[in-house]
Unconditional design. Structure first.
Lengths: 388, 298
């Protein structure tokens, strides 16, 4: 799960990690009031969306006067911000972060996250702050310091020292840094974060270390133990089809630009099914894993959500019955088809547990369903739909 | 022969009294697996289909001589259950549960490294040596004994692989689902290494997907240490970056973990890559022809 920068900064404040003074604004008036409360200029106005690259897209402005605050706030609020992470459709900006502008001496990069390969918690730090860290890693990997921490031992002072001295910090700044790193580690572990990133972490001209930006992602599997984080969920940032699917605990991801809907059991098979649709010359309109223990109702909801997408010109259902029995799947499809009404061709490929019973249910349903005998056959039949 | 599980396996089931645990325990038992005990704290003394239930893993091991644990405990308590089996000294633990927080698995993984136990999973279909022992949620009836070892990160995609090679008359030595989580117990390399050492396994299929770098590392291992023919498949060519594709571990981060990168690494290692899922059986038949020639499959 992703949250906004202003929410991440709330968590930083809670853990004593220094951030610029400021707050979130949902209107131009609020932005003006917050700027006035800061009592200083320049004031930074930052679009709040769940995507990076906001500055380049025109979503971050520096205002020198109260008039400029209002001007920039009104131009950013309601704009469709397109960045390299939003896709071509961009995101509508509905929230702003209003902050004091700081005199910057130096920009650093700092992040902490679980490293899947090493099975450790890793800190990454760099003096090349404010830049795309992927680019830094690709071009000048020597500029990134990595410190791995065994979660059974936890973060120790020496870990923090390695980072601080690696960043060429000394004296009071090194002290500020090590204290901050230890707090970030605790935040990452306490809240099951999949990423805590500060880019840039700035050293101000008056010698303070401050998190100018803040990005936190959370492990979805751990949200059950963080009810306070669930409050941060922003449905405006999610695809409405995905929001609907999440109500029924369906693993659904919309693929903009696709034309073939698909419903599959199992994540790996679902991805592979998207791939064969692409290889057949069409494009998948979604990823949908109905899971191993899907009920007829879940299958019905999944089918309904796929068909609600106006881009869908055909549907491929690919089920390998294991726990999810083919007869149960077939019943769900028939019920859904009768309720929703199918206006596009549907190709079904089923194999595995109770497949004969499943095929019988489909055959006797009287619905116009196209059955495929195997994966290759299914792909060919989908290709034919697209060409038609 | 086979790897890790066979007729001598004595299975203990953690979470045996839950709906899923009970259902799949019965299926495993019906397949022929020797299920000797169940564990649910507070339900010791009861039984499930004649299988005695104990309060603790240590107690169950003491009474029944169980040597493998299958874990069906819900995600919030699953790390605890795995740790209990590690501490009870079980050499093999198969965790089926999906949804364990990464932070919990990080601790389990680091504790595991210091122990003598092997963990398969979590978030996996399990492990099966056809005709001998099934531990997990696989449809047992689609398998048959043979000489192809299969290792996979996905459940139903593994069944697809089994189904396709069956159609070309190829049975399996052992099929291992290592799970779709970012932090898991047994890696591709562990399985490849065991298949290479197993005289009964003559050819190998590895099924990977986007996310992480386990397939790249496995490919490197194959080029160095595996002499048996390997066929590979990667799911997720069309997956968009930054999205979690069902499995917690199936996510392209920035430019790393893409299907294209993994396929290139596999090709470079001499692995025969299946690009179109529908062709897996036919491609395996050709790639394994000389390794399996003269072998009578049951």
């Amino acid at each position: 799960m992703k949250i906004h920068e202003f929410q991440a900064k709330e968590l930083f404040r809670k853990y004593g990690v220094a951030v610029p003074r400021g707050g979130a604004a949902f209107s131009v008036e609020e932005a003006g009031r917050l700027a006035a409360e800061l009592g200083t200029f320049p004031v930074v106005i930052k679009a709040q969306i769940h995507a990076g690259g906001r500055g380049k897209g025109g979503g971050v402005k520096l205002a020198a006067t109260a008039e400029e605050v209002r001007q920039f706030a009104s131009s950013i609020l309601g704009m469709t911000l397109v960045t390299h992470q939003t896709g071509p459709d961009g995101r509508l900006v509905k929230k702003l972060l209003i902050e004091e502008g700081l005199p910057i001496e130096k920009e650093l990069y700092l992040s902490v996250l679980p490293d899947r390969g090493a099975a450790k918690i890793v800190f990454m730090a760099s003096e090349a702050g404010g830049m795309d860290i992927e680019e830094v890693a690709a071009k000048t990997p020597e500029k990134i310091i990595k410190v791995y921490i065994d979660p059974l031992i936890g973060m120790k002072g020496y870990h923090a020292n390695e980072l601080a001295f690696g960043l060429n910090l000394a004296g009071d700044q090194a002290k500020q840094f090590t204290a901050m790193a230890l707090k970030l580690y605790r935040l990452c572990v306490d809240y099951d974060c999949s990423l805590v990133e500060i880019n840039p972490l700035v050293l101000t001209k008056d010698g303070n270390l401050i998190a100018l930006d803040a990005k936190i992602n959370f492990d979805d599997n751990a949200l059950y133990r963080h009810k306070d984080i669930l409050e941060y969920r922003d449905l405006d940032e999610e695809d409405p089809f995905e929001v609907e699917a999440s109500k029924y605990e369906l693993n659904y991801i919309r693929m903009p630009g696709g034309n073939i809907g698909n419903m599959v059991n199992g994540a790996g098979l679902a991805m592979a099914t998207m791939d064969i649709i692409h290889q057949a010359g069409a494009e998948p309109a979604n990823f949908l894993d109905v899971g191993g223990g899907a009920s007829a109702e879940q299958v019905e909801h999944g089918f309904r959500i796929i068909l609600a997408d106006p881009c869908v010109k055909g549907v491929l259902i690919n089920i390998f019955g294991g726990i999810l029995r083919c007869d149960r799947l077939a019943s769900g499809v028939v019920e859904a088809a009768n309720k929703v009404g199918i206006k596009v061709p549907v190709v079904i490929r089923m194999e595995g547990t109770n497949v004969e019973e499943g095929r019988r249910i489909l055959d006797e349903s009287g619905l116009n369903l196209i059955t495929a005998k195997d994966v290759s056959d299914a792909a060919q039949k989908i290709a034919a739909i697209v060409k038609a | 022969m086979s790897i890790w599980v066979d007729r001598n396996t004595r299975l203990l089931v953690q979470g045996i009294t839950g709906r899923e645990g009970r259902f799949h325990t019965v299926n495993c038992k019906n397949y022929g697996t020797n299920v000797v005990a169940g564990v649910t704290p507070g339900k010791g003394g009861q039984d499930v289909e004649g299988i005695p239930v104990f309060d603790t893993v240590a107690g169950a091991v003491r009474e029944t001589g169980a040597n493998v644990a299958m874990v069906f405990v819900p995600p919030a308590f699953c790390a605890d259950a795995i740790l209990e089996s590690i501490d009870a000294g079980l050499p093999l633990i198969v965790a089926i549960t999906e949804g364990i927080p990464v932070m919990d698995m990080l601790k389990v993984k680091n504790y595991l490294k210091k122990s003598g136990s092997r963990l398969i999973g979590p978030n996996c279909p399990g492990i099966i040596t056809p005709g001998q022992c099934k531990i997990g949620i696989q449809p047992g009836h689609i398998h048959s004994p043979g000489h192809v070892g299969i290792v996979s990160r996905s459940g139903t995609l593994t069944y697809e692989a089994v189904h396709q090679i069956q159609r070309f008359g190829m049975g399996q030595s052992t099929v291992v689902g290592i799970g779709g989580d970012p932090v898991n117990g047994t890696s591709f390399i562990d399985c490849l290494s065991a298949f290479q050492a197993d005289p009964e396994t003559l050819a190998i299929i590895m099924v990977g997907e986007i996310g992480g770098s386990a397939e790249e590392e496995a490919a490197e291992f194959v080029s160095q240490h595996v002499t048996k023919p390997v066929v590979g498949f990667i799911a997720g060519l069309t997956a968009p970056p930054g999205r979690r594709m069902g499995h917690a571990g199936a996510i392209i981060s920035g430019s790393s973990g893409t299907a294209g990168g993994k396929i290139a690494a596999m090709r470079q290692a001499g692995i025969t890559v299946v690009e179109n899922l529908g062709e897996m059986g036919a491609i395996a038949k050709d790639a394994f022809a000389s390794a399996l020639s003269g072998v009578v499959e049951k």
